[in-house]
Design a protein around this ligand. Structure first.
Ligand code: PHE
Length: 351
């Protein structure tokens, strides 16, 4: 036998005598794979032996080759068996370990959000007026001057448009300054009678503690035969009762809007300084008057009916327009309207 062949045989018998013990000594999958690589890997011991086969004389090569192959199969089988044993042990250890406590509260509880106070107040107002029988209309925020002003009795350059300093776009359009544009849109497309509300966003060039350039209004509009101020007052009184609480008084103060006659501003009894007997002490929220203004209203002006193609001899109606932020401020005693738009979570979390 050649020296080369003898050296190979020695290596083979050493490997045969030790590989099981080496696999047995590996206790993790990783150390087992490392050990396997030392034998069968690219630079492994058995691989090195195979590379030496070229130097073995042809007569011995076949017999040694068979021995090498058999040993290789034995190593592979032992590796697979040990791998399965380690996997089984790991699985068993997992099963024996104390189980997860699924009832433990999470370490960082997820913060649940809720509706923004403006959305909430808007929805509450809408619910009350819908419960009184009003439908809900919607309309565009970018509006023709005609629908926002002209047909509502504001002639171009009329001083009353100063009440509602506007954001103009091109082509005689503007961001609507109030939800009263929906009155015009409804009257020019529907025949009376009608009763609806129109909640939405409006824009004016105002920005201070009590005014925001973008705010929310809800228009309430009703046209029928022989509608009087008493109907308007009745709806307002019912609204105040249902929204601000039983016994909330309402008063109308004469005021001017070009699209109503007569026109009024509406105050509700201040909810913050109400005494048990129903009288008001006066406080900082109502500026010591006991009353808080929440909306403008009036009976539809005959010229508005005419410009919308409705006969004012046959039809009458009322309208009011309420500021949602204003109502939210009153309901929650919020000192600065801008708090409602900054969206500081510490503020919003209080609602
Ligand atoms: N549109 C008016 C405003 O925004 C409010 C209003 C609506 C007044 C309906 C009277 C009737 O100031």
């Amino acid at each position: 036998m050649s020296e080369q062949a003898q050296s190979i045989e020695r290596s083979l018998s050493t490997l045969r005598a030790t590989f099981r013990g080496r696999f047995e000594a590996a206790s993790t999958e990783q150390s087992l794979r490392d050990e396997n690589a030392k034998i069968l890997g690219k630079k492994g011991e058995l691989t090195a032996i195979l590379k030496q086969m070229g130097g073995v004389p042809a007569d011995a090569r076949k017999a040694i080759g068979e021995v090498v192959n058999t040993l290789k199969q034995e190593v592979e089988a032992a590796f697979a068996e040990r791998l399965a044993t380690i996997a089984r042990a790991a699985r068993q250890a997992e099963l024996d370990a104390p189980p997860f406590d699924l009832t433990l509260p999470a370490r960082l509880p997820a913060q649940l959000g809720h509706a923004h106070p403006i959305s909430r107040v808007r929805d509450e107002i809408v619910d009350v007026l819908v419960s009184l029988g009003f439908a809900v209309h919607d309309g565009p925020e970018v509006e023709l001057e005609e629908n926002n002003f002209t047909k509502l009795g504001f002639p171009p350059d009329h001083p009353a448009t100063d009440m509602q300093d506007s954001f103009w776009t091109t082509g005689g359009m503007l961001l609507r300054t109030h939800t009263s544009n929906i009155q015009v849109r409804a009257m020019t497309t529907h025949a009376p009678p009608m009763a609806f509300i129109a909640p939405g966003v409006v824009y004016r060039r105002d920005d201070d503690a009590t005014h925001s350039p973008m705010f929310h209004q809800i228009e309430c509009f009703l046209v029928d035969r022989q509608v009087t101020l008493a109907h308007l007052r009745g709806v307002l009184a019912e609204f105040a009762e249902r929204f601000f609480g039983a016994g909330t008084p309402v008063r109308l103060r004469p005021s001017y809007f070009p699209f109503v006659e007569p026109g009024a501003e509406v105050d509700v009894g201040c909810p913050f300084c109400k005494r048990p007997d129903g009288t008001r002490a006066g406080c900082s929220v109502c500026k010591r008057t006991g009353w808080i203004e929440i909306l403008g209203c009036g009976l539809i002006h005959p010229t508005v009916f005419e410009s919308c193609g409705i006969d004012p001899e046959q039809w009458t109606g009322f309208a009011f327009g309420m500021g949602v932020e204003r109502v939210a401020i009153v309901k929650y005693g919020i000192p600065d309207i801008r708090l409602l738009f900054e969206n500081d979570p510490r503020f919003l979390a209080q609602f």
